[in-house]
Design a protein around this ligand. Structure first.
Ligand SMILES: [Mg+2]
Length: 286
């Protein structure tokens, strides 16, 4: 009987401990939603600053997430907004995206804007041409392609996107339930595949991407803030890949995660609409 009670007590204790852990965890994941006070602070800092740097992700940040990526071209109002933002000489604007350089160049090449394509593989500084910052190895691609094709065969409407230095497996058009199962299986296989190689797996929104560990938005972004001093820095993004940038930023920077997810960003915003609202307020400031 005594043993039984002791066991009960120990069970209750461990239950209470796990409750305390959950509470602690909740504190860590509390998110700081964008609000009028933050907005006022941000606007005031922006107004005071003489050198401003802004990193803007594209998909899911400046436009809603589209099932068909080719339908996600920027609208005229968005281009006008970026035109206004970039025409102010105090503003240095960087579109930092996972998209390929040709698409970004076609969409934004006419603006006085900086572009980062494929999460940092290609960089185009204002008015200059595209540059590759680091040439990663590609010997792994053939074998990885074989692995990915196994999964495209198994999951209807999934497809592979082959880029120069990376591979992506898309499943946004596939049956969601089947896709969840298959993407988990593929992730397991890829963890094994990448274990002994300098590769990273990025599991984004309905996309799994494999690329060199030496390419990420944080390394790419530091190209701007490492060599110059900016008195205002803002970074906005919605995806896992934006986290690399958020954690690389100097302490005084504003980082905004779009969506109510846990993030290393300082602030969360509910939707891309709030981002557009903020930017349209910023363009009014000289
Ligand atoms: Mg995005």
């Amino acid at each position: 009987m005594k043993k039984h009670i002791e066991e009960m007590i120990s069970k209750i204790k461990s239950f209470l401990n796990s409750l305390a852990d959950i509470k602690k965890e909740q504190k860590n994941i509390e998110i700081n939603l964008f609000n009028p006070k933050i907005n006022a602070n941000l606007m005031a800092k922006f107004a005071k600053a003489q050198k401003r740097l802004m990193f803007l992700d594209y998909d899911g940040t400046l436009i809603p997430f589209k099932e068909k990526p080719w339908e996600a071209r920027p609208s005229k109002p968005l281009l006008e907004l970026l035109q206004k933002l970039t025409s102010n000489k105090k503003n240095e604007v960087v579109i930092i995206s996972g998209r390929d350089k040709d698409t970004l160049g076609k969409w934004f090449g006419k603006l006085p804007i900086n572009l980062v394509a494929e999460h940092g593989l290609f960089i185009k500084e204002r008015w200059a041409g595209w540059k590759v910052v680091h040439f990663p190895a590609t010997g792994w691609k053939k074998e990885a392609l074989r692995l990915l094709s196994l999964y495209t065969d198994q999951l209807p409407k999934s497809f592979i996107e082959e880029k120069e230095y990376s591979l992506a497996w898309h499943y946004r058009l596939s049956d969601p339930l089947q896709a969840t199962v298959k993407s988990k299986e593929l992730m397991d296989d890829l963890v094994n595949f990448t274990a002994s190689r300098n590769l990273q797996i990025l599991h984004g929104n309905k996309i799994i991407e494999i690329k060199s560990v030496y390419i990420n938005k944080g390394i790419a972004g530091s190209r701007w803030f490492a060599k110059q001093d900016f008195d205002f820095i803002l970074a906005v993004g919605d995806d896992r890949t934006d986290e690399d940038l958020f954690s690389a930023l100097p302490e005084h920077a504003y980082s905004i995660k779009v969506g109510s997810f846990i993030s290393s960003a300082r602030i969360n915003m509910e939707s891309y609409k709030q981002v557009l609202k903020l930017l349209s307020n910023l363009v009014k400031i000289a």
